[in-house]
Design a protein around this ligand. Structure first.
Ligand code: GTP
Ligand code: MG
Length: 207
């Protein structure tokens, strides 16, 4: 699939708040600082004029942001979807009250959305999944939404470490290594593969 254009469509700041329209949704999840905003900008071809803010203060975004994305599918058909940017979790310096507000917001969205077709779960390639990551993945499995795993910041690994990191993460998460997409926002590695996965998630509903 090819990205045609993208625009910010709105945010949900309170549990149960209305989503900005009726389009299929794919949500992006990950702990704070995992590289989610960078990945979204790279994926959408917005590295020069970023649409998702790469923040200096991790964990600051406590809203669910929606981007309307128009695409051309492999078939040539056009399709639009919402790319949904979930707030990052697990940042220790975020005040407790803010951290406490995160759960109802995310759970209300993930549990309630009728248009959600799947989740892209990001994990930092350099480290084993954190307890928060494991909790999130367990929760996602409970919701039953199809989930794609992406390893971020692959460019920070030595070439000799790559295979082992992918294998170990897959093992810890209990998924096949070919279900894990290595990605780098710096080099663009993994962009095409991830776009294909998104298309597959979005196409599933039309069948
Ligand atoms: P919050 O929104 O603050 O929770 O973080 P985030 O998950 O959106 O991460 P963000 O994209 O803001 O990136 C965090 C830091 O990691 C920034 O300094 C980025 O430049 C860096 N970074 C993100 N992705 C990559 C990558 O693929 N490679 C390298 N080398 N650095 C990256
Ligand atoms: Mg961010």
């Amino acid at each position: 699939m090819r990205i045609k254009d993208v625009e910010f469509a709105g945010a949900v700041a309170k549990p149960g708040g209305p989503v900005p329209g009726e389009l299929p949704e794919v949500a992006f999840s990950g702990r704070s600082n995992v590289g989610k905003s960078s990945l979204i900008n790279r994926l959408l071809g917005r590295t020069r004029t970023p649409i998702a803010r790469v923040s200096q203060t991790p964990g600051k975004t406590q809203e669910i942001n929606f981007y309307r994305v128009r695409t051309a599918l492999e078939s040539g058909r056009e399709a639009a979807f919402f790319l949904v940017d979930l707030p990052g979790y697990g940042y220790a310096k975020v005040p407790l009250v803010v951290r406490g507000a995160w759960r109802p917001l995310i759970e209300s969205y993930l549990g309630g959305s009728e248009q959600l077709r799947g989740i892209v779960q990001l994990i930092d390639a350099r480290h084993d999944p954190t307890n928060d990551d494991l909790r999130m993945i367990e929760y996602l499995a409970e919701t039953g939404h199809p989930t794609v795993i992406v390893l971020t910041k692959m460019d920070k690994l030595k070439p000799s470490e790559r295979k082992a990191r992918v294998a170990r993460t897959s093992e810890l998460l209990g998924v096949d290594s070919d279900q894990v997409i290595p990605f780098s926002s710096k080099t663009g590695e993994g962009r095409e593969v991830l776009l294909e996965s998104l298309e597959a998630l979005l196409e599933e509903e039309t069948r």
